[in-house]
Design a protein around this ligand. Structure first.
Ligand SMILES: C[S@@+](CC[C@H](N)C(=O)[O-])C[C@H]1O[C@@H](n2cnc3c(N)ncnc32)[C@H](O)[C@@H]1O
Length: 293
């Protein structure tokens, strides 16, 4: 029986099953992904890659993984498509105050900074791999609270950077569903968010004005303009990278810290790592370093 009888040709085509990705095709995609983003897709994620690619092949009316590979590696036209693909291949799971001990440490660090210095330059905080912005806004919330409790006007700036344009768009909107903000303390929600008629919450202008989002591939950190950062958070990003690359990226981040600056990494994301510029923070619950000097 002809299953496609009476259907539009495109619909018939869309139903056609795509062949499984071959070992050689999978290797080629693995290499491309790792070279361009650092992300290592192991054999267990083969089915995941195939599903993402197959969906896109159908949308574009292509019938082979190789044809699509050629398209994404085809100069500027390919760059747009690559960017689209990355929105789907990257894991963007995040939430406010993810790994609370890291934010507890941040609060303590900023309180200490306040106590140890006269009024000076605005604090600069950076969320590397910020996804849809919750981490960057969490940094902003802590900084705002520390300065508010000290009776000071807000004086800080937060940068969130990520590879995914789609994630950055959501971060810039700063609008989150009630479940996403449900984990926030009531007082923070009232002070820094505006309830919307549809039940969602938008980060207030005062915080959004201090927070900016930029596209940055961590493989290109050497070209990043960020310097003299007081705080850098890089959590749940390095886990997708090879060990040597994690160390490489961390070394670059260390160079971007101001003297005395704080670098916070996801627990377990790097083991036995030392850097001449950094000293480890003595906290069993957090993996963090401060810059000497
Ligand atoms: C799991 S999220 C982590 C979000 C947040 N840091 C947290 O801990 O909740 C990882 C983020 O890293 C981003 N990412 C992956 N590879 C990247 C790269 N090479 N450069 C910059 N960002 C990257 C992804 O787009 C994603 O938004």
């Amino acid at each position: 029986m002809n299953e496609g009888r009476g259907m539009q040709p495109s619909a018939v085509w869309a139903m056609k099953p795509l062949p499984d990705i071959t070992a050689a095709e999978f290797r080629a995609w693995q290499e491309l992904l790792e070279t361009r983003s650092g992300i290592v897709l192991n054999e267990q994620r083969r089915a995941f890659l195939q599903t993402i690619l197959a969906t896109r092949l159908r949308e574009l009316g292509l019938d082979s993984y190789t044809a699509y590979y050629q398209q994404v590696t085809d100069g500027p036209r390919g760059a747009v498509e690559w960017s689209h693909l990355m929105d789907h291949l990257t894991v963007q799971e995040t939430h406010f105050f993810r790994h609370s001990p890291s934010f507890r440490l941040l609060g303590e660090y900023l309180h200490g900074k306040l106590a140890g210095s006269a009024a000076g330059a605005a604090w600069q905080l950076w969320s590397v791999g910020c996804a849809s912005g919750e981490e960057a806004y969490s940094l902003a919330l802590v900084a705002a609270e520390v300065q508010r409790e000290a009776g000071l006007d807000a004086c800080f700036g937060v940068t969130g950077s990520d590879l995914s344009l789609n994630a950055l768009t959501r971060a810039r909107q700063g609008n989150y569903g009630s479940r996403r903000v449900g984990e926030l303390e009531e007082a923070l929600l009232e002070r820094y968010f505006l309830a919307q008629p549809d039940g969602s919450f938008t980060v207030c202008d005062a915080l959004r004005e201090r927070t900016c989002f930029a596209r940055l591939n961590v493989l290109d950190l050497a070209r990043a303009p960020q310097r003299g950062m007081d705080v850098i958070f890089c959590q749940n990003l390095l886990i997708y990278f090879r060990r040597w690359r994690r160390r490489d990226i961390l070394a670059r981040l260390a160079e971007r810290l101001a003297p005395g600056g704080l670098l916070v990494i996801g627990v377990g994301e790097v083991a036995d790592w030392h850097h001449p510029l950094l000293q480890p923070v003595a906290d069993e619950q957090v993996l963090a370093f401060t810059r000497k000097g």
